[in-house]
Design a protein around this ligand. Structure first.
Ligand SMILES: [Mg+2]
Length: 347
């Protein structure tokens, strides 16, 4: 789809014609979730030492989040042929989040737990741009819902084993000859946790993609998944730790009132945003910095998918030579411009 977007360039040139096929939806029971989540934030941060200014900023963030009234759509709607619908709907939601100060959410100490400080410091010393990759439905698809488990015509590319607090609904028996990968990372999750197994599909060309982009970028993963599973997946994709230099997980994302999770690239502290690119299949991920994002179609198990090849081509031909990745993305995709124009129309 990125190829189509680049060819057409319609979204940056003619966004006024975007048809909003999904009218904005109102919340049903999410108000309860919002309030529960705010309590959670308060409880979790109360034990930390926060300045009055930090507390005030977090409260401001929470207040704006509590006003949201839409139901996010899942990124499984971001499939080939539905790009415009998916984009227009998610952008109308992103307009609704325009008053949220996502930087204020970075005041929460929880965001920085598990942050690989040393790796991020090394990044700030590099001359290369930073390529931040989402994991699920961007590089692989893990069949947590067991949709393909009993399909004789479809074989998983691998199975991942990982420890977690509880059984996922997707425990898969190792009853055939597919490769079984056990997370051998140095972190020890095993003492109080339960072994889970999940079948995965690799996006076509993913290993070559990682090998190639790591020549030009400092590459890392920023996933909304939990470390237990994500580490198993990343260790499978990069067993020799040659390509992926840093890993950020669910708790490093900003939780927007249990509605969705977004990725604030300012978590990379000393690295200028003009050097950072995020490739993700979930439009909401980009909300704090729309022009840093490259939206890729969601991958499930399509063996003919060639999106990574399209992304690679865009990265090498346009992003690498650029002084500011945001300007190039704005020219091609125009996400921020679309949102700005929508805001003008809303007001
Ligand atoms: Mg994803």
């Amino acid at each position: 789809m990125i190829e189509q977007c680049i060819k057409k360039r319609t979204l940056s040139k003619d966004h006024s014609s975007l048809k909003l096929s999904f009218p904005p939806l109102s919340l049903n029971n999410s108000d309860k979730n919002l309030s529960n989540n705010l309590k959670l934030i308060n409880n979790q941060t109360s034990s930390k030492t926060l300045s009055n200014k930090q507390k005030f900023n977090l409260k401001q963030f929470e207040n704006e989040v509590s006003k949201l009234n839409f139901c996010p759509i899942g990124s499984n709607a971001n499939i080939s042929g539905n790009y415009d619908n998916y984009l227009s709907t998610t952008l109308t939601h992103i307009v609704k989040m325009r008053n949220i100060k996502f930087d204020y959410a970075l005041e929460s100490p929880l965001i920085y737990e598990n942050l690989p400080e040393k790796e991020l410091e090394n990044l700030s010393l590099s001359n290369k741009k930073i390529l931040v990759l989402d994991l699920d439905e961007t590089l692989i698809h893990a069949d947590f819902n067991e949709e393909f488990k009993n399909n004789e015509n479809i074989k998983y590319d691998a199975k991942l084993s990982f420890y977690s607090d509880e059984y996922t609904s997707n425990t898969v028996k190792d009853d055939d000859n597919e490769s079984m990968i056990t997370d051998d990372d140095s972190k020890d999750y095993s003492n109080e946790k339960i072994l889970n197994t999940v079948g995965i599909f690799l996006r076509p060309g993913v290993k070559q993609f990682l090998e190639e982009v790591s020549k030009y970028f400092e590459v890392g993963i920023f996933t909304a998944s939990v470390p237990e599973y994500a580490d198993a997946a990343i260790n499978y994709l990069d067993p020799d730790k040659k390509y992926i230099k840093f890993r950020l997980y669910r708790n490093n994302c900003i939780n927007v009132g249990n509605l969705l999770r977004v990725k604030n690239l300012k978590i990379f502290k000393n690295i200028p945003l003009k050097k950072i690119i995020l490739v993700d299949n979930n439009m909401y991920s980009f909300t704090p910095q729309l022009n840093n994002g490259i939206l890729i179609n969601s991958f499930f198990n399509d063996k003919n998918d060639n999106e990574l090849s399209n992304v690679l081509s865009y990265l090498i031909n346009y992003i690498i030579p650029s002084d500011d990745v945001r300007k190039i993305n704005e020219e091609f995709f125009g996400f921020q411009k679309i949102v700005d124009d929508m805001i003008i129309n809303v007001l």
